[in-house]
Design a protein around this ligand. Structure first.
Ligand code: GDP
Ligand code: IMO
Ligand code: MG
Length: 419
């Protein structure tokens, strides 16, 4: 059996949480492969919205196993909060395993993140300040603390050594902080992690593949935030592309099956960095208000703009996307006209390639589509969708060369059209 992958094709917040929850009944296992609590994955059922940061979005389906893979970074404080909330809702959580090799975000990682952003001033990344960058830096710098260390008997010693290193680094910065509260919560969080099965997840997942179990790898962030291929340096610190699933779970490239690429019917971005189709006018405000475009992790207003085909083709290429999923289609319900960028003018020259120098003068060239001016939030059949929306979808499919398999028309589980 192959491992399917679901990942974001834009700058994150494409609706991964909702769609993973919808797809979970088709899978035995949901495994997160990278990122950490910078992610905020929302899903909604029975009129209640849930936001997950570290825990895979299949957790509400008791019969599916959820695995936090080695590529994920875990903040024990945030993890415990999530678990406590889930226990309140579901009674107990018996379907979650955690990789020994996942790295831990310690309190000083978060402080270092804040210090680094403050020092950058105007050039700040707009990080979620969850300590993601410093934790992955310690991972690649070979200083990191891992979940397996919790059960090694030398945990406190290793933690103190890493903390001391960070405190020495923090002397470089002009930042006041207090560690006490953080540390108490951290140690409580470690106890919470210990209650779960801490495993060699690469063996577990490869065994599950051999047993013909259906596995879905859940990505966080989006390809345009990938450390290698995103709009560097305004990116996150992990590989969000499909190959990241191999690294973050310990599976061979040949095990990858379907690649579900998810995108919004328009674009958003939270944090700094280039955004070629960003709107600064009433249309941008309307997208933000109708789409409730405020971050699930930080509450920050998201920057909004039109769909960008140049970027979409680029990320479909990088990921080998086999199926497209379009979310938030309903947000466009009230627009008379809708635009898609089909090429860019970069320094006066037209191109269909995503440029290296994304900070350059980019003028998107748009194709205009008629809106549908219809409420689609209660439609549950593809054939009942307005023709103008079908034209919009068909155009994207033809241009990208990949079929759209799911259209999401609202935040609820049920507001999902399988094509
Ligand atoms: P993720 O990080 O990719 O999981 O996405 P987020 O949860 O951060 O952001 C997506 C937001 O859009 C959440 O508030 C979802 O509840 C909401 N959402 C998801 N799909 C749809 C949809 O089709 N229509 C509308 N209106 N909202 C949606
Ligand atoms: P999900 O999984 C949207 C953005 C931040 C910032 C940059 C770096 O919910 O789609 P970091 O905290 O990683 O140092 O921030 O990346 N960012 C996200 N934007 N959705 C996310 O996750 C994000 N995770 C990080 O806003 O610009
Ligand atoms: Mg999100």
């Amino acid at each position: 059996m192959k491992v399917d992958v679901l990942l974001g094709l834009q700058w994150g917040d494409e609706g991964k949480g909702k769609i993973v929850d919808v797809l979970t009944p088709d899978y035995d296992v949901i495994a997160r492969f990278q990122g950490g609590p910078n992610a905020g994955h929302s899903l909604e059922f029975n009129h209640i919205k849930h936001v997950l940061h570290t825990i895979p979005s299949g957790i509400f389906h008791k019969e599916s196993l959820n695995i936090i893979g080695n590529g994920v970074v875990i903040d024990p404080i945030i993890f415990k909060n999530e678990i406590d909330k889930l226990v309140e809702i579901s009674g107990s959580i018996d379907n979650l395993y955690i990789s020994k090799k996942a790295h831990l975000i310690i309190p000083t990682h978060r402080i270092l993140d804040a210090a680094s952003e403050k020092a950058k001033g105007k050039t700040k990344i707009g990080s979620t300040l969850k300590g993601i960058g410093p934790t992955y830096m310690d991972k690649t710098g070979r200083n990191g603390l891992r979940v397996g260390d919790i059960i090694s008997g030398k945990f406190i010693e290793k933690y103190e050594a890493l903390k001391e290193k960070h405190l020495a680094m923090l002397k470089m910065y002009d930042l006041e902080f207090s560690l006490e509260d953080y540390e108490k919560g951290f140690l409580e969080g470690i106890e919470s992690i210990k209650k779960f099965k801490i495993i060699d997840s690469e063996f577990e997942i490869n065994d599950l593949i051999k047993q013909d179990k259906k596995i879905l790898a859940e990505g966080a962030q989006g390809t345009l935030l990938d450390i290698d291929f995103g709009s560097y340096p305004f990116v996150t610190s992990s590989n969000t592309v499909c190959a990241g699933a191999c690294i973050g779970l310990g599976i061979a490239p040949s095990t990858i099956g379907e690649v579900h690429g998810i995108f919004k019917a328009y674009c958003t971005r939270v944090g700094s960095g280039p955004f070629p189709t960003e709107l600064f006018d009433a249309d941008g405000d309307k997208l933000r208000n109708v789409g409730h475009e405020f971050g699930a992790t930080t509450g920050r207003p998201r920057r909004c703009g039109w769909m960008d085909l140049v970027a979409l083709k680029y990320v479909v290429m990088l990921n080998g996307v086999t199926r497209l999923i379009m979310t938030k289609s309903d947000v466009l319900d009230g627009f008379d006209s809708i635009k898609i960028a089909t090429s860019y003018k970069v320094n006066g020259e037209e191109t269909i390639n995503f440029p290296y120098e994304i900070e350059a003068e980019i003028e998107p060239i748009y194709k205009e589509f008629k809106g549908w001016n219809t409420d689609i939030t209660n439609i549950n059949n593809y054939k009942d969708l307005p023709n103008n929306l079908k034209t919009y979808i068909k155009y994207i499919e033809d241009e990208v060369g990949v079929p759209v398999s799911i259209i999401s028309v609202g935040p609820d589980r049920n507001q999902t059209i399988i094509k």
